[in-house]
Design a protein around this ligand. Structure first.
Ligand code: NAD
Length: 501
């Protein structure tokens, strides 16, 4: 039976009234398993109004009290980890261990946000002038919105909501319409944890909802994660309407493989980073850059052997290395790019097209693909494929290898594999990419550092989680004060702002 999903408003599930719906698939079978309501302008405006009314009460909680609600939420999600992971996997198609990782990496940012009492402390200068003290405080923005992608339906909403809520904002989440069930369940758990109604809301929808969030004056900030064209649109539109915006886009992450690296370790790392979660990770490695012909030949042989041993299966198959892609469109896109790569003259070493899982002929499965001798002018190199396709772009020397990620339009993540400290240090210093791994294939920073790509992978000037997230979700107020006794004591002193006199 096709389940009908809802929005989540004022602490409870709310059926849609627009009459518009989107289909949510089981990617294992290709069948529709749920319908998600797509809100219209009026529904979205009502949610904003509700959030605005709730925010003041929430901001009046002291930071420690807010953190305690998040602590309870953390505990409730941990207790429900297994069923949440199954739900996530059933709509997304990632394996259960990957789904648990998705939730866990989100919870780590909630753990970080428990430090709100400390993170919201301001600054104080005693005697900035005679009898004058100056202090700064951080105050919430009000109502803020998060617009998130399909590929991490728990982690990215929590990366945004955790710091936003801890700082005293009300949060409106517009999750991906492809896998909205986990965000809805997280909303219920927030309420169960003691979050007042209206403080965390889920509005399902498409561009119509997003455009209301981007233009309504009551929404003060927008955090986005998704593809680059939409990230740029959201950044520009939100900025034009006077809002703060941080928008993270697509990626083409390289792994440089130096001749001194342990190639077995590298091949294992690239199989996980290139094909894990069917390549649907913004930090997936999609280009390996072996330095020197011997390194390249050996690496291609080791990868080919390992690809042959990969198990592609249902997302709930415990032995599967990866499951299906999220949608038929995603599968078609990946197959189209493989055709483009062949036409462009890249060397197709392993062809993942046409993979069929027995009994799941209509599922969205793609096999693993490996291309060798890919060059920077090819579309398969320049554009994001977002599927289980790994490219080998051979480099003659270190400088040529360094130039590839540095000159690429995207600058999300990059890795270097080497045993040489000098090379690693030079690389981390010079590469034009936001997140760098040294012998670490997927360098997603830990929650108390900060996540963000450069160039066309990120628009806006503050990153996600870490201290940046509290800066993004608060505004600074600075108070300059003098008390009567100070005035009497220093009756002859003057404190004035700088003037021509
Ligand atoms: P997407 O851009 O299609 O969708 C992201 C969100 O934007 C969704 O909520 C969607 O409903 C909304 N949206 C889509 N089209 C819109 C439009 N025309 N106007 C307004 N809103 C619109 O991305 P996706 O396919 O869900 O996610 C995959 C993409 O996200 C990949 O490009 C991946 O690299 C990127 N991603 C980036 C990061 C990062 O941190 N840089 C993390 C995860 C995913």
């Amino acid at each position: 039976m096709v389940q009908e999903l809802t929005h989540f408003v004022d602490g409870k599930r709310l059926p849609g009234t627009s009459g518009k719906f989107g289909d949510v698939y089981d990617p294992n079978t290709g069948e529709v398993q749920a319908r998600v309501p797509l809100a219209d302008k009026a529904e979205t405006e009502a949610i904003i109004a509700n959030a605005e009314a709730a925010q003041k009460q929430w901001a009046a909680f002291n930071p420690q009290k807010r953190a305690r609600v998040l602590m309870k939420f953390l505990q409730l999600v941990q207790e429900e980890m297994d069923s949440l992971a199954r739900l996530l996997s059933s709509e997304h198609g990632k394996t259960i261990p990957d789904a648990k990782g998705d939730i866990q990496r989100g919870l780590e940012v909630i753990e970080f946000a428990l430090g709100a009492p400390h993170l919201l402390k301001g600054e104080y200068t005693e005697s900035a002038g005679t009898g004058i003290d100056v202090y700064s405080m951080r105050q919430p923005l009000g109502v803020v919105a998060g617009i998130t992608p399909f590929n991490f339906p728990a982690m990215i909403p929590l990366w945004k909501a955790g710091p936003a809520l801890a700082a005293g904002n009300a949060f409106i989440l517009k999750p991906s319409e492809r896998d909205p069930s986990v965000p809805l369940r997280l909303a219920e758990l927030f309420t169960e944890a003691g979050l007042p109604g209206g403080v965390f809301n889920v509005v399902n929808g498409d561009k119509e909802v997003v455009d209301v969030l981007l233009t309504d004056d009551r929404v003060k900030a927008v955090g986005f994660v998704g593809s680059t064209p939409i990230a740029q649109y959201i950044y520009e539109t939100a900025a034009r309407h006077g809002k703060r915006a941080q928008c993270f886009g697509g990626a083409k992450n390289h792994a440089i493989v130096m001749p001194d690296a342990d190639l077995d370790q590298v091949a294992d790392a690239l199989i996980g980073a290139g094909y894990g979660s069917a390549g649907e990770r913004c930090m997936a490695i999609s280009v390996a850059v072996p330095v020197g012909q011997d390194t390249a030949d050996a690496l291609v042989a080791k990868l080919t052997e390992r690809i042959g041993a990969l198990r592609i299966g249902r997302s709930d198959d415990e032995k599967a290395d990866f499951g299906p892609l999220v949608s038929r469109d995603a599968l078609d896109r990946v197959n189209d790019y493989i055709g483009i790569g062949v036409d462009e003259g890249a060397d197709l070493v392993v062809d993942g097209r046409g993979f069929v899982l027995d009994g799941h002929e209509s599922g969205f499965f793609a096999g693993a693909t490996l291309f060798d001798r890919v060059t920077p002018d090819m579309r398969i190199y320049r554009e994001e494929i977002f599927g289980p396709v790994l490219l080998i772009a051979r480099a003659a020397d270190y400088e040529q290898a360094l130039a590839l990620p540095t000159e690429h339009d995207y600058g999300n993540g990059v890795a270097i594999f080497t045993r040489d400290g000098d090379t690693a240090r030079d690389f981390t210093h010079r590469v034009e990419v936001g997140m760098v791994g040294v012998n670490v294939p997927i360098p997603v920073p830990i929650a108390y550092h900060t996540f963000g790509g450069w160039k066309r992978s990120g628009f806006g000037d503050l990153n996600q989680h870490g201290p940046d997230s509290f800066r993004f979700y608060t505004k600074t107020k600075t108070v300059t004060q003098r008390w009567p006794s100070g005035t009497k004591e220093h009756a002859t002193d003057h404190f004035v702002i700088p003037t021509m006199n």
